[in-house]
Design a protein around this ligand. Structure first.
Ligand code: ATR
Length: 269
């Protein structure tokens, strides 16, 4: 049809400037010959109501949600996927049979990234730093992957205690008081800015550990630098970002986009 306009997709958050989702999704949209455009929009909590009216009116076809709205959007949704329900975290929204539905593709993103780098998580002890928006998804994925222990440490302890309401099996560790672990995951926002510093002493943790940072931009964070300095394996959040985006793309367009060297290069600074 001649007058059919392009379908519109959006990533919302605050801040949003750093998001590479438009770059990646528009690349896949072009590769797959889909008539669509993907944009980013900085929002405040007061903008959410009108956003959902626009989704219902089909002015917007799909939305990705990032910090700090992954939980806040839930009250506007008609239905949640089981994963979004359990984690109380939504990063992907679509309209299906007139209903606005919230999904969580961060779980799949983390799981696929770990599988891709062939790190065997079975029976491993995991320490998570942080208790923000993405942490329930990480815990959900780790439970699926049959780790032996999940310890969580956050600067503000009450936030970890809240997480216990969702996941009773987590162990709470005081900030800076490292427990014994095989893999440590940085899920704090420390490192998003190149000038950030960690007030943690990593010097005594030893070798043979795996440092994983959820942050993908910059690719070499202060946390990963500490991991390398102490002779440990490191990985940033780039693959997790790619796989969560691919899963969202599949929900919206029904097509599984390819993740290859070119898509990985696309995200390099
Ligand atoms: P939100 O807290 O709104 O969910 P987030 O970006 O998902 O936002 O989470 C930020 C995480 O980084 C939190 O765990 C935060 O710790 P607090 O709960 O104590 O605020 C953590 N964080 C941010 N700056 C930090 C810093 N300088 N040192 C340690 N942790 C920090």
């Amino acid at each position: 049809m001649k007058n059919m306009s392009k379908k519109k997709y959006l990533v919302i958050g605050n801040p949003i400037d750093h998001s590479l989702s438009p770059l990646l999704h528009n690349y896949w949209i072009k590769e797959s010959n889909i008539e669509a455009v993907y944009e980013k929009q900085k929002m405040t909590i007061n903008d959410l109501k009108s956003l959902f009216l626009r989704i219902q009116k089909k002015e917007i076809t799909g939305v990705n949600v990032t910090v700090p709205f992954k939980k806040e959007v839930i009250s506007y949704l008609d239905e949640l996927s089981p994963e979004a329900q359990k984690t109380q975290s939504v990063n992907t929204i679509n309209l299906n049979n007139g209903k606005v539905i919230g999904h969580n593709t961060d779980i799949n993103g983390f799981e696929s990234a770990i599988k891709d780098i062939q790190y065997d998580l079975i029976e491993k002890k995991i320490l998570i730093l942080g208790a923000g928006g993405v942490v329930p998804s990480i815990i959900f994925a780790l439970n699926k992957m049959k780790v032996s222990e999940i310890a969580v440490s956050n600067r503000t302890k009450s936030k970890v205690e809240n997480l216990r309401g969702i996941f009773q099996n987590i162990k709470i560790v005081d900030w800076g008081n490292f427990s014994d672990f095989d893999m440590v995951i940085n899920a704090t926002s420390v490192g998003l800015k190149k000038t950030d510093t960690f007030n943690l002493d990593f010097s005594k943790i030893g070798k043979g550990k795996f440092f994983y940072d959820i942050i993908y931009n910059p690719s070499d964070t202060i946390f990963l630098k500490k991991g390398k300095e102490t002779g440990n394996q490191t990985e940033n959040g780039k693959k997790m970002f790619l796989y969560q985006a691919a899963a969202a793309f599949k929900i919206w367009h029904g097509v599984q986009p390819e993740i290859n060297d070119e898509t990985i290069r696309l995200l390099d600074e």
